[in-house]
Design a protein around this ligand. Structure first.
Ligand SMILES: Nc1ncnc2c1ncn2[C@@H]1O[C@H](COP(=O)(O)OP(=O)(O)OP(=O)(O)O)[C@@H](O)[C@H]1O
Length: 183
């Protein structure tokens, strides 16, 4: 069974995509579940290189060490099949009312969702000021911040909603707006 709504969250690194996804999940409880395109990317990459998946899924230096190479590897896979990882990520979804994807990074991802789940897609771009992202641990990294996976959606203008996540007040405002979008 398919969900009724698929929410696609996008934003620069440390804009708070996962944080907002968790807050939405807390509000929506069992009506929603969080899915990530990065999970099949990481699990397939870990298998490919015989790495420790738990470490790769966590947010520590192990992940940073492999991030660049994983981006290059996943781009090669995408060249052959742009929907490869989206397809696997969706196959992990249960029948819940809303699927929240917390890591949309590419135009090809958005096109794939629109093509495969017409009329179910809601897209949200999350913004946070650079000083806020730095305070959250963002460090500019060549090969990560200047490549397609981070920049492809910078010039996408077709969001259903654009929200800020700089502080408590903007967060609350943004959560309210996203929940309204899902009604
Ligand atoms: N509104 C907020 N208030 C307090 N802390 C926040 C807020 N938003 C995000 N954070 C914190 O900032 C850090 C980065 O947030 P998060 O992991 O959600 O970003 P992200 O956009 O998913 O990053 P990445 O793309 O690197 O995975 C986390 O430690 C998170 O707890």
């Amino acid at each position: 069974m398919e969900p009724k709504i698929i929410l696609l969250l996008s934003g620069k690194r440390k804009s708070g995509k996962d944080y907002i996804a968790e807050k939405l999940h807390n509000s929506l409880e069992d009506k929603a579940e969080i899915l990530r395109i990065s999970e099949p990317i990481k699990s397939h990459y870990a298998r490919y290189l015989n790495l420790n998946l738990d470490e790769l899924l966590s947010s520590n230096s192990y992940k940073e060490t492999y991030r660049q190479e994983m981006i290059i590897w996943s781009d090669e896979v995408r060249k052959k099949d742009p929907g490869y990882f989206c397809n696997i990520a969706c196959s992990k979804g249960n029948y819940t009312y809303i699927w929240i994807f917390s890591d949309i990074r590419r135009k090809t991802d958005i096109h794939w969702f629109h093509a495969n789940y017409p009329d179910k897609i809601k897209t949200v771009r999350i913004f946070a000021n650079q000083d806020v992202r730095i305070a959250r641990g963002w460090v500019y990294t060549e090969g990560v911040d200047n490549v397609t996976s981070e920049c492809d959606l910078d010039d996408w203008n077709d969001w259903d909603l654009q929200v800020n996540n700089n502080d408590e007040e903007s967060l609350k405002n943004s959560i309210d707006k996203i929940l309204n979008l899902l009604i």
